[in-house]
Design a protein around this ligand. Structure first.
Ligand code: CTP
Length: 412
């Protein structure tokens, strides 16, 4: 993963038990390709040593505004000018108060104040006891810090080091990493609402058996993440898969094609883009037995008959808003289909785009992508055919979201 390649992050640590998570965060930032300069307050050094942070980041840690190692003796200027972002994790209640007031009596708050606000974003990951978090003074300070341009990454809910339970835990290192990566993505879908269907469906035969397929849901989940990173409000309607929900995405778990149709139709009402990546079962057993079907010892096999499932993509594409989306009219639903084919990808995908009546259709070879972390795509629209070379699914998803944002936007 090189999502942060070329980015230089100043990682600021302030006093709090969550400092132990900063060590893992530092490693995660480096693994994602960033360079990391750690700056610690005196209080942070009570919780984790600069030795650990230096060893992990591979750079000398700064802690004093009077650090004479800098030739000009101005670490606050030098460190803040080099950064692509300053991330304070953990950010204590006291440090938020200092930021709100513009205090500058120690290095970390000083360099936050000295940073060029239009070029060096400040992100904070608060960490504190739930009462401190809920206190009006903290909430007032947070509101001020946001007004002054900082991004607050939110807090987690759960068990706290003090033994209490509630809001105020620092987010986990992987969550902070995902948020920081998202922060740097262009906000091509700001203000848009997107619905994504993903994964297989499960069609019951009886209470313990059913028919499903090999779709892993990975492409759909990557697309939901990419759309969220691009600033959209995203609802992910997911068939039975065990993937983690991308940060900030609303997930609706469904089982059958019928359940998926209902959820997609409901949520697409307020959406401007629908992306159908789900591998929906084409047929379902005509009746699902109430009780487990038993062998009777005679060697006779049960006879299953099937009925066709509703076509979710076609239903939405052929709805009045779907037709508006196809025609490029304002207020329409821009529908994007996927085609999982085993052969003749281009011809099959072209025919499918016209048959489903969608402005954009993405073709891929099903057996070559199911369960894999990478994929290769053919993107078909009125504008022609674009080939996306084999790459990790998240990378392809970001490219697809950019193409889709442009096409949907260009169509009004
Ligand atoms: N799709 C859907 N509802 C269905 C079947 C498919 O929403 N009941 C959507 C898929 O999510 C995908 C597109 O339609 O975006 C094409 O799916 P695919 O399985 O490739 O095609 P089918 O319509 O099933 O056609 P065929 O089986 O003939 O290839």
């Amino acid at each position: 993963m090189t999502d942060l390649a070329g980015k230089h992050i100043v990682l600021g640590l302030t006093g709090g038990v969550a400092c132990y998570k900063a060590a893992e965060l530092c490693r995660g930032l480096l693994k994602a390709g960033a360079t990391v300069q750690v700056v610690m307050t005196e209080a942070a050094e009570q919780f984790i040593t600069p030795v650990t942070m230096q060893a992990l980041s591979g750079r000398v840690v700064y802690g004093s505004q009077w650090d004479a190692r800098e030739p000009n003796n101005m670490p606050h200027i030098n460190l803040s000018r080099e950064a692509d972002a300053i991330l304070i994790a953990p950010c204590s209640a006291d440090f938020i108060a200092r930021l709100a007031q513009g205090r500058a009596d120690e290095l970390l708050s000083l360099l936050c104040l000295a940073r060029p606000t239009n070029a060096v974003p400040l992100l904070i990951a608060p960490a504190m006891n739930r009462e401190m978090w809920a206190h009006p003074a903290t909430q007032r300070n947070l509101a001020q810090v946001q007004l002054d341009g900082a991004t607050v990454l939110g807090v987690g809910n759960g068990d706290q080091a003090c033994g209490e339970t509630g809001d105020g835990r620092m987010l986990e290192p992987n969550e902070l990493l995902e948020d920081l990566i998202a922060f740097f993505q262009p906000k091509l879908l700001a203000g848009k609402t997107v619905v994504v269907s993903a994964g297989p469906t499960y069609e019951a035969i009886d209470p313990v058996r059913g028919i499903t397929n090999l779709s892993s849901g990975k492409m759909g989940f990557a697309i939901a993440r990419a759309a969220r990173e691009a600033g959209a409000l995203v609802t992910l309607v997911a068939g039975p898969v065990s993937l983690p929900t991308p940060r900030g995405v609303i997930r609706i778990d469904v089982k059958s094609a019928q359940n998926m149709l209902e959820a997609c139709v409901k949520h697409a009402q307020t959406a401007s883009i629908f992306i159908a990546t789900a591998a929906v079962a084409d047929w379902r057993p005509a009746t699902a037995a109430d009780q487990k079907i038993k062998k009777d010892g005679s060697g006779k096999t049960p006879k299953l008959s099937f009925v066709e499932n509703p076509d979710i993509l076609a239903t939405l594409a052929q709805s009045p808003r779907g037709k508006k989306g196809l025609a490029g009219k304002a207020g329409g639903l821009f529908c994007v289909g996927f085609a999982a084919e085993s052969h003749d990808l281009l011809a099959n995908a072209q025919a499918k785009r016209l048959r489903k009546g969608v402005p954009m259709l993405v073709g891929n070879i099903g057996p070559a992508t199911f369960g894999q972390d990478d994929n290769a795509l053919l993107v078909l629209s009125e504008a022609g055919v674009q080939e996306f070379e084999r790459a990790p699914k998240l990378k392809l998803a970001r490219k697809l979201i950019a193409t889709c944002a442009y096409a949907a936007g260009a169509k009004g």
